[in-house]
Design a protein around this ligand. Sequence first.
Ligand SMILES: [Zn+2]
Length: 295
Amino acid sequence: MTHINNKSVMSRVFNLSRGMAMGEAKNKSRKRDEILKGENRCIYCDNSPDSVEHMPPRSIFDNGGRPSGLEFASCSTCNYSSRASDAAASFLARVSPEHKASPEVMRRASKILSTLSYIAPGFIREIFDPNKSEEVWAKGRSNIYGKMQKITLDGPITTSLMQAFGAKLGMALFREHTGNPIPMEAKVFAQHYFNSGLYRGEVENILSILPAFGQLTQGKKTSGRTFNYRYNTDKREILGAFCAFSDNLFFRIFAVCNPIYDDVLFESHDHKPIQPGTLPILSESWRHAFENKNF
Ligand SMILES: [Zn+2]
């Protein structure tokens, strides 16, 4: 697998404007009881489920517009402990090289920033570190050159949060497409990319082995560009997926429960795999990264 630079993100959009912390959209597309019925296990650990997990989370979508689907039984410990990774992914999915973000994108991004300033202040300081940012002339998606902020996102907190989010995606898609929660001895290999770090050739390589297409659908509404993925699975012990969020944030994921795949997957990923049952520990690890940096 080609090694690629996946550490930079181009941004024309954000100026650190802050809004008020707000709750999530309230409209639930399926009833909690219906989702929990017959589920013995959290999709992320071996606890009994007592909450509904939306993966990807509702905060990824503008205007409260999450179509139904990919709603899972989870325990409240995993659900709660991973909310910073959900919020960080929701923010980074909106950091775009486009000339103008819509007012709704800006409004949602400001709200998420405000939430993150409470639950993950180290993430905010890390991504807006002036030493990691430079003004550059670069071509946006519309092929027009302009001034952009190039932000290097290789800090330990951003990496931990994106690893946790990628692991959640892998475990959720494993449940969705194999029909069973991922076994506790399984591993999830996740690689994340930002909008300036993924090349067309790499994408084509990945997509060539992932023939099936997935997105959220509710009547005529689909998650479209905001969230879609390609995947392949033997419906038993391996699932591979490539997930795209608004052409800004991407994850290449393998969820596997047979160690014969380990060597090749270790080689092609920058980070160690994540096992079910470790989300609360992971969220502790990024808090420690925050404390060690003495912010
Ligand atoms: Zn759990």
